[in-house]
Ligand binder design. Sequence first.
Ligand SMILES: NC(=O)c1ccc[n+]([C@@H]2O[C@H](COP(=O)([O-])OP(=O)(O)OC[C@H]3O[C@@H](n4cnc5c(N)ncnc54)[C@H](OP(=O)(O)O)[C@@H]3O)[C@@H](O)[C@H]2O)c1
Length: 235
Amino acid sequence: MNIIVTGASRGIGYDVVLEFSKSRDNRIIAIARDYDKLIELQKKCFENYQNKIEIVKFDITTDLIHNNELLNVLKEIETVDIFINNAGILINKKFEDLSQEDWSLTFATNVFGPIKLIKLIYPKLKNSGFAHIVNISSIGGLERSKKFSGLSAYSASKAALINLTECMAEEFLEDNIFCNCLSLGAINTQMFKEAFPSYNAEISSAEISKFICDFSKNYRKFFNGKVIPIAVSTP
Ligand SMILES: NC(=O)c1ccc[n+]([C@@H]2O[C@H](COP(=O)([O-])OP(=O)(O)OC[C@H]3O[C@@H](n4cnc5c(N)ncnc54)[C@H](OP(=O)(O)O)[C@@H]3O)[C@@H](O)[C@H]2O)c1
């Protein structure tokens, strides 16, 4: 299977790539900006599981046309079977302190980045005949969930990703592309610690990654356009 994972340099994306790399049938493209961390991940996948993953240094907020590295890697594959839209940022500031740049960066990363990438790889998702896009959103993006001070830009962007999932699922079905959204609660990563410094998240990124890999590989048959909340605590 050909699999693309964004936000693979740390946290959940890093562990999702490690988990997928356990099967040598999986050809994995791991994307993030921090190239040193991607090299570390590449080495780990090879040493632990003899899987030679491909890594691409890429900022998903930038123009795709100028990233030859990404385009070259994509040229080598006919299909994309699983696309994990995981890269994201969280700017923890009160509404009054959020600048226009904060809003733009948040939406450029959490909404427009995924849109650009899906558009770019759409023909390859179509070629798969049974592709699965899994968008990683947040409980904060869900209607009527408990909201937290400082997270308005983040939560609004994650709500957009949720709505987009439902729209894309409807439209992409004619091409056999399934699209679902996992709305995560507290997972013990750097992002969570920055958002909630005084809380401890009970779920590790390795644990949730196992679930994400299993869901994206085995559950596309049963879900389309679904937004699945995954949380055992608030936050
Ligand atoms: N942790 C939680 O409790 C929690 C809860 C709900 C939802 N989520 C969602 O789960 C996803 C992963 O979160 P995490 O906790 O693992 O966060 P994290 O540790 O902060 O990792 C975020 C990843 O996104 C990448 N990224 C950020 N901006 C990027 C850009 N412009 N271009 C390419 N890559 C970019 C980062 O890599 P580089 O810096 O190297 O680019 C990093 O690999 C996010 O979408 C987050 O919103 C997390």
